[in-house]
Design a binder for this molecule. Structure first.
Ligand SMILES: [Zn+2]
Length: 293
């Protein structure tokens, strides 16, 4: 039986290292299908989905959300993904049809972003969002996320993210892990973990062979022992849009703008591509409500 997408958190070597892990294959497949992503976009968004899901483990409050976005001047342009404290993920790619004929082994999408930035935004209900930003560096999403942790939060971090796809756009495996070195850590242990990561087989290949993330961490990264990993909760692709939310957004527009839409409009949710139809009479209703104010 296939197990579904899940998050784990834990500690290693008596609290010297913090460990986060995620299996995200079905969630990445859902993103691919909803947005009809090209292969390079599936890999980019897939890695970002694993990353943002692990970042969401730090959200304590109900309704809190974390956004991860990559922006670049290159042809791939970037993507944005959001995850809430329940593990509900949504997002979109900025150039979803950008296509590379031949995806070479070890190729990585960040190369096609060019100069740009990685941004992490944390939103807590009733509070101002916090935002951290680092320039993109050479390397993939994982190296850029590690760089972000080192620059913005001064935490030495190892990140591994994998996405394996078929020619027919099927996501065979997606997932990742984050290991953070806490102040009490023995540097020799840190070196050994890095060495283990550098010598382990490709993460998505291991997942494709049927290994689950906790098993991969035990067998390849903490093979000397000392890892304690606990299940957190599942993740899934889920958008919370509704006609009421779109109506509320329309009411923020000016009367002039709304009057240009009085024949009716069909706004599309950028996260799930649902079309929300507003008829001429529904638009009149919104306009007359605003006129009364
Ligand atoms: Zn939606």
């Amino acid at each position: 039986m296939k197990e579904s997408d899940y998050l784990w958190r834990g500690m290693a070597l008596n609290g010297q290292f913090r460990v986060l892990a995620v299996n995200s294959t079905d969630t990445v497949q859902a993103a691919r299908d909803i947005h009809d992503l090209s292969p390079i976009n599936t890999i980019l968004m897939g890695k970002m989905i694993s990353a943002v899901a692990m970042l969401s483990l730090d959200l304590k409050d109900e309704g809190a959300e974390v956004t991860l976005r990559l922006d670049g001047v290159g042809p791939l342009k970037g993507a944005l993904v959001i995850c809430n404290n329940q593990g509900d993920v949504r997002g979109y790619a900025f150039e979803p049809k950008f296509w590379l004929e031949d995806l070479q082994e070890n190729f990585h999408p960040v190369k096609y972003l060019g100069n740009g930035t990685l941004t992490v935004i944390k939103y807590y209900p009733g509070d101002k969002p916090t935002k951290g930003l680092t320039p993109l560096i050479e390397g993939d999403v994982a190296q850029n996320l590690a760089h972000y942790f080192e620059q913005s939060e001064q935490i030495p971090t190892a990140v591994n993210l994998g996405v394996l796809i078929d020619k027919d756009a099927k996501v065979r495996a997606a997932g990742g892990f984050i290991i953070q070195q806490l102040p009490s850590a023995d540097l020799l242990n840190a070196d050994r973990i890095i060495d283990n990561i550098n010598h382990m087989p490709n993460l998505s290949d291991l997942m494709d062979m049927g290994l689950y993330l906790p098993e991969i961490l035990h067998r390849f990264v903490f093979k000397e022992g000392g890892l304690k990993l606990y299940p957190a909760h599942g993740i899934r692709y889920r958008c919370y849009c509704s006609k009421e939310r779109f109506a509320a957004a329309l009411k923020l527009l000016s009367l002039e703008e709304l009057k240009e839409m009085r024949e009716g409009i069909d706004p599309v949710c950028q996260f799930c591509n649902t079309v929300w139809h507003f008829s001429a009479s529904e638009m009149e209703e919104i306009i007359s409500q605003l006129e009364k104010k």
